[in-house]
Design a binder for this molecule. Sequence first.
Ligand SMILES: [Zn+2]
Length: 163
Amino acid sequence: MTDAEPIGRKCTQCGEWKDYKHFSWRSDRPNKRLTSRCHECRQKNHHENPETARIKANEYYHNNRDVCLERDKKRRWRNPARCLLLGARWRAKKYRLKFNLTEKDIVIPLFCPILGIPLRMGEGKCHSNSPTLDRIDSRKGYVRGNVIVISLKSKHHKKRCHS
Ligand SMILES: [Zn+2]
């Protein structure tokens, strides 16, 4: 191999030769292959045309439900704090609560501060040891200083006590 020989792949959008790491594997095809456009171009498209990107993402989800669910599960495993954050943001929107949390505000302890049971992510579904974000003062929203990570079991217990 000579130095002049390009290693990698040519992006069909910007036309640049880039290292393989600038492309991702398409897992939706039976014969796994690399995407034809580089990460940078794909990201650019996403920013310039969010509506198309959203439709495509939806379409992909419907055609590859199992792959997506598996991927989401892995993501949750990798970053449970983000997962809790997104859940809280969704609930805040739904119930019109205040929300100003960032990923840094969510600290997941090893053990539930209420019941002392170990906190761990559920494999695909929630169980009593799953970490969950709880509001200390339920009249306030998901705001900095008002949230604590407890086990789902504690949360259910708390709900029963209050109702
Ligand atoms: Zn490109």
